[in-house]
Design a protein around this ligand. Structure first.
Ligand SMILES: *Cc1c(COP(=O)(O)O)cnc(C)c1O
Length: 391
C-alpha cells in the first residue's frame, strides 16, 4: 500500500446531489451502532415511517426506507410492480426516465417510451393518447427531472387518467420531495421513491418508497415471485411491521441520519421548507436572467425549484468554469448530462443549501468566472434582481 488518501475537502455542493448534510445529521449518524434487532432500533424505524408518511403526504401502509440510493429505490419500485410481459409507458424526457426504461426491460416489461425534448414535460392528453393506443399496467413519470431542470405538473390529472385506463402511476420524486409540492394521496400517485441525499439533506445510501393500496393490491396479485430477491417488498415489509422479520441487516447509522433529516423537515414544517426552496429558486432564476444568461427550461410553470439548468454561453468551456469554481471557491455545480452535456450547468439549491447566501454565491462566482473568460455578463444586475426576490 502506497499512501492513505487525504481527508475529504469541505465543499459547497450545489450540483444535482449529494448536497451538504446538516451538522446535526452528521452527529446523529455517529451515534452508536446497535443491533438491528434491538427494540431501540425498531422504535426508531417506527418513528421514521411516520415521518415518511408525512413527507409523501400519504396514509399508505406500505411505506419504508431501503438500504439503497435513489437508483436502488427506483429498481425496487419497478421490480415489485412489473412482472415479465407487463406493459409500461414511460414519459421519457431526460436521463432518469431513460434509465428506468433500461431497468424495466431487464425485469421483462414491455416498455413504450413517450418521448419529449429534454427540458419539456408531458400533458395529461399525451399520456392518455399512449394509454388509448394500448393499455399498460404502469405509467411512469419523473416528477423532478434533475438532468434537465423540468418538473412534471398536473400529476393529479395524470393519475386520474392512468386509473381510468386501469394503470398504476409511478413517480420519481428523488430530487423534488421536500423541495417542491408533492401530494401522494391527494394526487392519487400509486408508487413513489426518493433518496436521502437531495432535499432531505442526509448522506447518500438510503432510499424511501411508498405504495398506495392499489399498488399494494397489484403486488399481492402477482402471479410470479418478485424477480429481485433483495428488493422483494413482500419480504422487506415484514421487517417494518410487527413481524420484525430478518431480511437484511438494517442500515443502522444511515437510519439515524435519515431520521434526523426527517425530524428537521418536521421541525421546519414541510410547507415552509418547500416555500424556502421556491424563494431561493425564484431569486436564482431572476439573477441568471438579469445577468444576461438563459435558463434552459423556458416555461416558468415547469421549472424544478431544486435544480436549475443554466445555458452555457457561446464559446465558453463549461467544464473549465466548473473547475474554476471548485478550485477557487470549493463550489460544486453539476455538468449537463446526455444530450445536454456541454450545454448547461446544473445548479442545485437543495435542502440546507436552498438559502439566500448560496444564491448570491452562485451568481457572483459564476458571473466573475464568465467575465474572466470573456463572456458578456452583468453581475451587478444579476445580484440586484436576486436581492429583489430575497427581500
Ligand atoms: C439523483 C436522482 C436519482 C438517482 O439517485 P442515486 O442516489 O444517484 O442513485 C434518480 N432520479 C432522480 C430524479 C435523481 O435526481
Amino acid at each position: 500500500m502506497s499512501e492513505f488518501a487525504p481527508p475529504p475537502p469541505t465543499r459547497i455542493l450545489m450540483g444535482p446531489g449529494p448536497t451538504n448534510v446538516a451538522p446535526r445529521v452528521l452527529r446523529a449518524m455517529s451515534a452508536p451502532t446497535i443491533g438491528h434487532r434491538d427494540p431501540a432500533y425498531f422504535q426508531a424505524c417506527d418513528e421514521l415511517v411516520e415521518h415518511l408518511r408525512a413527507l409523501f403526504r400519504t396514509k399508505n401502509e406500505l411505506t419504508l426506507a431501503l438500504p439503497a440510493t435513489g437508483m436502488g429505490s427506483m429498481e425496487c419500485c419497478v421490480a415489485n410492480l412489473i412482472e415479465p410481459g407487463d406493459g409500461m409507458i414511460i414519459g421519457n424526457n431526460g436521463v432518469f426516465s431513460t434509465r428506468m426504461a433500461d431497468l424495466a426491460e431487464r425485469y421483462g416489461a414491455k416498455v413504450r417510451l413517450l418521448k419529449k425534448p429534454w427540458g419539456e414535460v408531458f400533458s395529461p392528453a399525451e399520456i392518455e393518447g399512449a394509454l388509448k393506443e394500448a393499455p399498460a399496467k404502469v405509467v411512469a413519470v419523473v416528477h423532478g427531472e434533475t438532468s434537465t431542470g423540468a418538473m412534471q405538473p398536473q400529476m393529479k390529472q395524470i393519475a386520474d387518467i392512468a386509473h381510468k385506463h386501469g394503470a398504476l402511476l409511478l413517480a420519481d420524486t428523488v430530487s423534488s420531495i421536500a423541495g417542491a409540492p408533492f401530494e401522494m394521496d391527494a394526487w392519487g400517485v400509486d408508487a413513489v421513491y426518493t433518496g436521502g441525499q437531495k432535499c432531505l439533506a442526509a448522506p447518500p445510501g438510503i432510499g424511501c418508497i411508498s405504495f398506495s393500496p392499489r399498488a399494494d393490491e397489484a403486488l399481492k396479485n402477482r402471479k410470479s415471485k418478485v424477480t429481485s430477491w433483495y428488493f422483494d417488498l413482500t419480504m422487506i415489509r415484514n421487517c417494518w411491521n410487527k413481524n420484525r422479520f430478518y431480511h437484511h441487516t438494517g442500515p443502522v447509522n444511515m437510519t439515524w441520519a435519515l431520521l434526523e433529516g426527517l425530524r428537521m423537515v418536521r421541525e421546519e414544517g414541510l410547507d415552509a421548507r418547500i416555500a424556502r426552496h421556491g424563494k431561493a429558486a425564484a431569486a436564482l432564476y431572476a439573477g441568471v436572467e438579469a445577468m444576461g444568461l438563459a435558463l434552459h427550461v423556458k416555461d416558468p410553470a415547469t421549472r424544478l425549484p431544486t435544480l436549475t439548468t443554466v445555458c452555457v454561453p457561446e464559446g465558453i468551456d463549461e467544464a473549465k468554469v466548473r473547475g474554476m469554481l471548485l478550485e477557487r471557491h470549493d463550489l460544486e455545480f453539476g455538468a449537463g448530462m446526455g444530450e445536454l452535456q456541454g450545454k448547461v450547468w446544473r445548479i442545485g439549491l437543495m435542502g440546507e443549501n436552498a438559502r439566500s447566501n448560496n444564491v448570491y454565491l452562485a451568481l457572483s462566482t459564476l458571473g466573475a468566472a464568465l467575465k474572466e473568460l470573456g463572456a458578456k455578463v452583468n453581475i451587478g444586475a444579476g445580484i440586484e434582481a436576486a436581492a429583489a426576490k430575497l427581500k
